[in-house]
Design a binder for this molecule. Structure first.
Ligand SMILES: Nc1ncnc2c1ncn2[C@@H]1O[C@H](COP(=O)(O)OP(=O)(O)OP(=O)(O)O)[C@@H](O)[C@H]1O
Ligand SMILES: [Mg+2]
Length: 285
């Protein structure tokens, strides 16, 4: 198996990288992928602070110091994916060799469908390592002019280190009413998704669970589910709003299979695709 490696990065700190990494991981796990999330912020614990992860035998720092095997530092997280967290001692920082991350990612992609690397802030050799080795970097920004300007710089940086940008996730949209549509349009980047400002985010982090576990129907949770499918290049299953549980999950699966099978790139209406063209296709050219 050769899994895909994503790095999650931003120009400005505190814009929602870790939130995005955690919830994209949960969304891809929900979509049936095996996922590991690597907390690559060598100075500060990020993922471990917002997810109730079991303690592994080793930390990412041990692995980057050549003192442990990658799989010994992996533990299960709520949400159906695995996590590799860093050490929290100050001396851990000095032991870790960032350039070893390439080998770690190489090893993990043999075992998982998806490897997501959450990165820390700032610009240094350490922080650019994941950008150069990932198949795709997901940029995260809030819709604020200063944050977007920094995103643009990060975009250039990714290209400079030989990486490639999957696109931009706009987070905390609606928190202020500054209109940044033009600034975003002017950037040479695809918008992969937008996540609304949602107080459920903080509540889920407090609970140590991904949003998709804690409050799957929350506005931000829904957005992250869509983002997960977008990153996988799939369309989300059709959601039956009235009802949950196994029955509707099975119905969803059957329905999305029918939609997928139509194979005509979505040019027909959903109703027409589901009914095989018996209804609703001809009336609305
Ligand atoms: N959609 C959202 N709605 C409301 N609050 C949010 C949203 N996304 C993130 N936050 C909050 O913003 C803060 C920063 O988020 P997060 O830790 O994900 O950012 P980060 O980019 O990883 O930060 P750092 O650069 O410090 O690693 C957190 O308190 C989080 O709860
Ligand atoms: Mg973070």
């Amino acid at each position: 198996m050769t899994g895909r490696v994503f790095a999650v990065a931003s120009g400005k700190g505190g814009v929602g990288k870790t939130t995005t990494a955690v919830n994209a991981a949960a969304a891809m796990a929900e979509a049936g992928r095996s996922v590991v999330l690597v907390d690559y912020d060598l100075g500060m614990a990020n993922v471990g602070a917002v997810l109730d992860v079991e303690q592994a035998d080793a930390t990412l720092h041990d692995v980057l110091a050549g003192e442990a095997d990658a799989m010994d530092a992996v533990a299960e997280a709520p949400g159906g994916f695995d996590v590799m967290v860093g050490g929290t001692d100050i001396e851990d920082f000095g032991r870790a060799d960032p350039s070893k991350l390439r080998d770690v990612a190489g090893e993990l992609r043999e075992k998982y469908d998806v490897v997501i690397v959450d990165t820390g802030g700032g610009l240094s050799h350490d922080t650019t390592v994941p950008l150069g080795l990932a198949d795709d970097t997901v940029l995260v920004s809030t819709p604020q002019v200063a944050a977007l300007e920094n995103t643009e710089k990060t975009l250039e940086l990714v290209e400079r280190v030989g990486g490639s940008v999957a696109g931009l996730v706009l987070t905390r949209v609606g928190a202020s009413d500054v209109n940044t549509d033009e600034a975003v349009d002017a950037m040479d980047v695809d918008v992969l998704g937008t996540v609304p400002e949602d107080s459920t985010v903080a509540a889920s982090e407090e609970a140590g669970e991904p949003l998709l576990e804690y409050a799957p129907e929350s506005p931000a949770g829904q957005s992250y589910r869509e983002l997960g499918y977008e990153l996988l290049g799939e369309s989300p299953p059709v959601s039956f709003r009235d009802g949950d549980g196994e029955e509707s999950a099975a119905a969803n699966a059957a329905l999305s299979e029918m939609v997928d099978d139509s194979g005509d790139g979505g040019s027909r209406s959903l109703l027409s695709r589901v009914t095989g063209g018996l209804l609703g296709s001809n009336g609305n050219k």
